[in-house]
Ligand binder design. Structure first.
Ligand SMILES: Cc1cc2nc3c(=O)[nH]c(=O)nc-3n(C[C@H](O)[C@H](O)[C@H](O)COP(=O)(O)OP(=O)(O)OC[C@H]3O[C@@H](n4cnc5c(N)ncnc54)[C@H](O)[C@@H]3O)c2cc1C
Length: 534
């Protein structure tokens, strides 16, 4: 069995992971980036709209901070939001200097790209920079277990291409595995973004928080047979949005923020879900009278004129729309440098939780990847220099993959159909509109699913092994989301409980946190927050 070592191991090759790798490499250490697919592929970053919040000249840093905190409904970690607003402009300028093609427009950097991989330019730029510095990229490596030991980190990895196991030991590690949007029936994430990182971090001893806050993007194309295409928020505001009874959706649900798809993602998603799934209505977006200059309202909207306007027909007929699971606000707790509660383990990007609070402002996720990716990379490099060779050797000795390639499991399941069922039930009762009864039922059902998946043999061809292990991560992540959602008896941001429809600051202004107890059970606690000022 192959065993590799490095100073800093980065798990995940989206923008957060690659930016962390660049920062670590610039500190003169040996850096390796591994991911399930090849560098940048199968990431949310490459599928993203490529829109970064944060201005070039820093003039409206305060406005950016204010909007971020307003979106987060009182529970962003304010120190993280301030760093995002303060350092965002510099990090974005740097990206442009490194060759990202884009333009600054009204407080955002719109990178230029082609639908539906607008983020390709971001990935290409970061990979080019990392390669030039000498970062090592290894692809098709699926991390299935992570152990921290005396400040060093070891991982067990399945090589999907080679269908074999290997181990990697590092003096420091950065977890940048993204979120878990693909857990839901309707989603816009790559299909293997299923929450692996939350499970790896939790098992290694890290604390997670805010897992109940899953963001849905309201403006998803829902024409039969169409892909989950994102409609630009400012473009949608020019059109008419109505249901089969011809009721105007914004009026009916009193949604006054504009762009609604950016500033009121939570409430617009709830409105659309209620219409389409609870009231069996359809919701239509009619853009036929939108002028060409309005299609060009911003570079993201302009880039969709041909594909959305012509190929999907939005210029010629009303189109059906429905929300899509998009982003997870919750995740691994870190300090401002990305340090988790596990010595030597850092985290950055969507796998972390705390910056966005209960609802993320559009454009902040990409800015988060580069601001906090850079911080985590720097901190991991500094940490790695404090870990002596003997500690790396000790971690290497303790790593073994026995028991992974097991034929002992008793259960035989069709992973594809179990995953499809998981997505379906999560969408109906664990997503945009929730209630206690539905959540309790789901916790029971998905707990049983997790136990079944854990009893499956890890054997067969490479994709079969990957699917089995991913199903375990997916079910466990779903449980984290559901158990948090069940406990939070209020509505706030992206978490809407129809049985507790109001925000309840007296009892629920704070973070639900979870860690694993010594006997492997989830140990939940609530961290109240005050009205901190910066
Ligand atoms: C369609 C879409 C459009 C979006 N548009 C915008 C936008 O315009 N602006 C904005 O701010 N945000 C946007 N977002 C959100 C934003 O793109 C993401 O939050 C961000 O890109 C996440 O970056 P990341 O590096 O943390 O994770 P990702 O880019 O998702 O990368 C995760 C990496 O982790 C790897 N990985 C996961 N598990 C494992 C494992 N077990 N072993 C090995 N590797 C693993 C994956 O292979 C991948 O390389 C959008 C999201 C989507 C889905």
């Amino acid at each position: 069995m192959q065993h590799l070592t490095c100073d800093v191991l980065v798990i995940g090759s989206g923008a957060a992971g690659i930016r962390a790798a660049i920062a670590a490499k610039e500190k003169g250490v040996d850096v390796m980036v591994i991911s399930k697919a090849s560098a940048g592929k199968g990431t949310c970053t490459i599928l993203s709209g490529g829109v970064f919040a944060g201005t070039r000249d820093g003039a409206s840093t305060e406005t950016h901070l204010k909007r971020t905190l307003k979106s987060g409904r009182g529970i962003n970690q304010p120190e993280l939001a301030k760093i995002l607003a303060d350092e965002g402009p510099e990090r974005l300028k740097e990206m442009v200097k490194w060759g990202v093609d884009g333009e600054f427009h009204k407080g955002y950097l719109f990178t230029h790209g082609r639908p539906t991989i607008w983020g390709e330019g971001i990935i290409n730029c970061l990979v080019r920079k990392a390669n030039a510095l000498g970062v090592r990229f290894l692809s098709s490596l699926f991390v299935v277990d992570l152990k921290a030991d005396g400040g060093a980190t070891g991982v067990k990895v399945f090589s999907i291409d080679a269908n074999e196991w290997l181990t990697i030991a590092a003096r420091a590690a950065v977890l940048a595995t993204g979120g878990s949007g693909a857990l839901y029936l309707r989603h816009d994430n790559p299909k293997r973004i299923l929450g692996d990182g939350y499970c790896l971090a939790l098992k290694a001893g890290a604390v997670l928080q805010d897992m109940e806050f899953v963001q849905f993007y309201p403006l998803g194309l829902a024409e039969p047979g169409s892909p989950p295409f994102l409609i630009a928020p400012r473009l949608a505001d020019f059109g008419a949005m109505y249901n089969n009874q011809n009721e105007d959706i914004h009026e009916k649900y009193d949604i006054t923020e504009r762009p609604a798809g950016e500033r009121a993602r939570d409430r617009l998603s709830q409105a659309l879900f209620t219409e389409t799934y609870r009231e069996a209505n359809e919701v239509w977006l009619d853009l036929r009278s939108v002028s060409d200059s309005d299609w060009n309202i911003d570079p993201f909207s302009a880039s969709t004129r041909i594909i959305f306007g012509e190929r999907y027909g939005a210029k010629h007929r009303p189109v059906r729309i429905a929300p899509l699971a998009h982003h997870v606000m919750g995740g691994v707790c870190t300090d401002p440098m990305g340090a988790t509660s596990v010595a030597g383990l850092y985290a950055a990007g969507e796998v972390t939780g705390g910056l966005h609070g209960a609802n993320r402002m559009g454009g902040n996720a990409l800015t988060q990847t580069v601001v906090f990716g850079a911080r985590a990379g720097q901190a991991a490099a500094a940490w790695s220099k404090s870990i002596p060779d003997k500690q790396l050797e000790a971690v290497s000795r303790h790593l073994n993959v026995s028991g992974m390639d097991s034929r002992e499991g008793k259960k035989e399941l069709n992973t594809a159909s179990v995953m499809a069922h998981l997505r379906d039930i999560l969408w109906k009762d664990g997503g945009i509109v929730r209630n206690g009864r539905g959540l309790s039922r789901l916790v029971g059902e998905i707990d049983a699913m997790h136990q079944d998946a854990s009893a499956m043999p890890v054997t067969g061809h490479a994709r079969q092994i990957q699917n089995t292990l991913e199903l375990r991560f997916a079910a466990r992540t779903a449980l984290l989301i559901l158990q948090a959602a069940l406990q939070r008896e209020e509505s706030r941001g992206a978490h809407f409980r129809e049985d507790f429809p109001n925000q309840d600051d007296a009892n629920w202004k704070g973070h639900l946190q979870v860690r694993l107890s010594k006997d492997g059970k989830m140990d939940w606690s609530f961290l109240k927050v005050g009205n901190e000022t910066l």
